[in-house]
Design a protein around this ligand. Sequence first.
Ligand SMILES: [Zn+2]
Length: 467
Amino acid sequence: MNQHDLYDLLPVFFQNLAVSHYGRRLKARRYTPVYFETLRSLELSAALGSEEVRDYQLRELRKLLQHCYRTVPYYRESFDNCGFEPGDLKCLEDLRRLPRIDKETVRLRGSELISSHYTRNRLIHYKTSGTTGTPIDIYADREAIARKYAFIWHFRNMHGVQRGEPYLSFSGRLLVPLRQSAPPFWRENYTDNQTLFSTIHLSENNLFYYVERINKKPYSYISGYPSAIFLVADYINRNSIELKYYPRVIFPSSETLLPGWREAIEKAFRCPVADLYGQVETVSQIVQCENMNYHIQEKFGIVDLDLSDETEEYWEGEMVCTGLLNYAMPLINYRTGDFARLYKHFECPCGRSGRVAMEISGRKDDFIITPEGNKVGRMSVIIKKAPHLKECQVVQISADTLRINVVKDDYYCGADEQRLLDVFRNFLGSGMKFEVQYMDRIPRGKNGKFKVCICEVKDAGFSESSS
Ligand SMILES: [Zn+2]
């Protein structure tokens, strides 16, 4: 029996204690002296001029490239191949002389991207499927995590909330067992004053209980998957529910915020939605200020564009980023698969430094509707739990049938199909039927973008059209 099965058998009270215990571990990892130091320096430098920002980036980049050349086998080889020495770096544009890497590079040569300065089993490990549905392993050192959280809290403080205030979150963790059919559909992390709502029990019948819990006591903000927060908001709006307590702000995370979601969420909760764009790979962060403009956090990573369009007003292209925080697995000129449109000339009234994005796009996930009527978003989270897939896409072809399109990787074996089906059944319940279809390549959409999830069922709710 694994840890998760054991957790599922505990009474709710003990599950809350287990969640709080895990919360305490995360807190110890994130809020270290490096966190406080970084946060202070971000506050002091919030309004730096663009020249000073570039000087900072250049200094940090030199340090990073030297570290890469000395301790990261992949970069040692690729710098040598193109005749580049870190001492050659004169300006930020010199970065373009170095080759780009993408998710496929990380998938195939990930172990060579880890610095010899670190011991792998002491690093924090993440899995991400990104835009292509290809699971990859990312490792980060502890300082990088603490610094990342300083950026996150610098952003949240901008919107008037402080760490320690009570909040509600909608994340993808399986904290409420799938088979549970009666409330509570949430668990409590007492360490952090956090109530964690399940994102897989959001059926029409259950939404009543979610609202009941929201009305139980005051809280400052909501964070988590916008696809889930939207379902609650939509329920509140459809039923003209007057909440007893309202948040000050809502922080969506991990998904692209669709415009319809923002509108519905702001209406239901009567507060602004402040968006943050980032990735597990920790190569860039773009946040909305109180004027709702998207500021690139230039000290977090260097954002370059692979230009696909340019006008008088903006540049547009795929974001190619170099993260400045993670020294354990540095990603240089990393293709994110996400697109941005950046203003050429724009001064935000907030006065904060950093270029401003007009728009960020990518990673639009659809929902799957289970035969029980539950709407489950972020199929990429499920896909990344399955082994040995090169690409994977989920197509709902009827109310109770899901086709899983799979491109196998070299290590895929007979038993992997069963494992894949187990993962899906675990998340989506036994009422759903699955068909696995093997392909050499999964067809891309009209604009060349990959869709992790396609819903071919009419009237299935809120699925995105083929954008
Ligand atoms: Zn601003």
